[in-house]
Ligand binder design. Sequence first.
Ligand SMILES: Cc1cc2nc3c(=O)[nH]c(=O)nc-3n(C[C@H](O)[C@H](O)[C@H](O)COP(=O)(O)O)c2cc1C
Length: 220
Amino acid sequence: MHFAQHPTAPAGRHLAITPSILYFGTPVALVTTENPDGTFNLAPISSAWALGQVVVLGLGREGRTGRNLADRPELVLSLPEPGQWAAVERLGRLTGRPPGDGPRPGARAARYEPDKFTAGGFRAQPSEAVRPPRVAECPIQLEARAARVAPDVSGDFLIVEARVVKVHADARLVVPGTQHIDPAAWSPLIYNFRHYFGLGSELGHSGISETPREAAPSPA
Ligand SMILES: Cc1cc2nc3c(=O)[nH]c(=O)nc-3n(C[C@H](O)[C@H](O)[C@H](O)COP(=O)(O)O)c2cc1C
């Protein structure tokens, strides 16, 4: 069998490396969940993907989001656009877990913030099928219910399988007269080895990136 050489990829000279993270570029979702006191938490994740009407999430074991879903299964995934990357990055430094409530989540020193909507500059929009609210500024919002929450093989994370029960899309993204999202109108925010991209060139990088470029803008 003959394989044509890709014009931009020279014959492979691969290095065996041991990168600290394997986040190879997935869209960011903002997850809303219900706290024990009936308030709502909001956290960015990039470990999320869809299989039919099921979404699978990977969550740190120590975070408020995973603990909330183990006890209260309703959630919303709100999908931000590239222009919202700095607000997403700000939110990623915060946790909904109060001080004294066990180890802090994540690779960064997460600071407790009970009102993440305000901290991120987002507005809560009531959902229709679940209790946690949507993020009004996000063009795509998925209301869902966790059906399975289980530890991953490393023991450090929780794998959540959730059924999507309602989808909301900004009218400008919907192909008129159909149920389809127009891929040319929708632009996800991509988290690519701790740097943020649209479906084009780089927008900036996370404060905990190990490969920052001087030219790339940092969040305010
Ligand atoms: C772009 C981005 C992607 C992230 N992806 C994930 C993820 O997939 N899973 C996760 O548990 N945390 C992820 N985080 C980290 C959480 O948002 C962060 O640990 C937060 O403190 C957890 O909040 P919580 O304790 O209120 O749930 C990500 C953060 C950012 C900024």
